[in-house]
Design a protein. Structure first.
Length: 277
């Protein structure tokens, strides 16, 4: 029940049709008697800087969940960023603090790596290929580096974007083997789709799936469908895999703590979730 005391968490991105977070947060808030609500807000890229400033003029907004295509832009729109945001070059959470200033943080990579650990995949020493050097791909690459990955290859159609991420990783992890690569998944222990490919019918696959080895673990970030074309192909080749919403369930406890709403386990969130496909 929304009241005059309800705190708002804006879920900002475009398009909003595939958003799953409200179907997890809001049932959990209701089950715990917390007077807060996550509200999807569709905002196109050209309108976003002005929108974010206006959003935080509302007195009952606690913060914002930020998704594509705004994660990179947000870094320059907040007053302070965490070291994770500095490395990733992207931001997916904004908190308005008591003094009115905005703090930006990033939890995509944290959720992704926690999900891998719960599935028994050992990141330490692993050879990883990350497709997409935008907001989510950068965050995942940063968290893989922090977890001790042996080597990280980056693939992006924009070489300058991939090279900028590689430079940030080398700065913070000078002993890490970081390089730019194509989309051939052969020879890697982990391949990650950090792009939007798979959201729309007819999208090309982010990797040459014919080159996938059954021993390779495949990670996905697209949440519009539980089994994307990439994961269907990976499953057919005998690969272990992680669906996009697994990352979400794993990162939400960190979000809840960031926004001051306590915490929850992924299993507690799944128990009340209304996510469906």
């Amino acid at each position: 029940m929304i009241s005059g005391k309800t705190l708002l968490i804006a879920h900002v991105g475009y398009p909003t049709e595939s958003f799953k977070a409200p179907l997890i947060y809001n049932p959990w808030f209701e089950s715990r008697g917390i007077d807060a609500v996550v509200v999807p807000m569709g905002c196109m890229a050209e309108d976003y800087p002005a929108f974010l400033r206006a959003l935080f003029r509302l007195t009952n907004v606690r913060g914002a969940l930020v998704t594509m295509p705004h994660k990179v832009t947000t870094v320059d729109l907040v007053d302070e960023i965490t070291p994770t945001v500095e490395i990733a070059g992207s931001c997916n959470a904004v908190l308005r603090r008591a003094d009115g200033t905005l703090l930006g943080d990033m939890f995509d990579g944290t959720g992704f790596v926690r999900g891998l650990a719960h599935k028994g995949f050992e990141v330490r020493g692993a050879r990883c290929l990350v497709a997409g050097a935008g907001g989510v791909g950068s965050a995942i690459a940063a968290s893989l580096a922090a977890a001790g990955a042996g080597a990280i290859a980056l693939h992006d159609l924009r070489d300058a974007t991939a090279e900028a991420l590689a430079d940030r990783l080398r700065k913070h992890y000078p002993s890490l083997d970081v390089r730019l690569a194509g989309n051939d998944p052969a020879g890697y222990d982990l391949v990650v789709n950090g792009t939007p490919l798979g959201m729309e019918a007819g999208d090309p696959l982010p990797f040459d799936v014919a080159r996938l080895d059954a021993r390779t673990f495949v990670g996905e970030v697209v949440m519009k469908h539980e089994i994307t074309p990439l994961l269907a192909a990976a499953r057919a080749r005998g690969c272990r895999y992680q669906v996009g919403t697994d990352m979400l369930f794993e990162m939400i406890p960190a979000y809840l703590e960031f926004f001051g709403f306590g915490t929850a386990t992924p299993d507690e969130l799944r128990a009340v979730s209304r996510v469906s496909y």
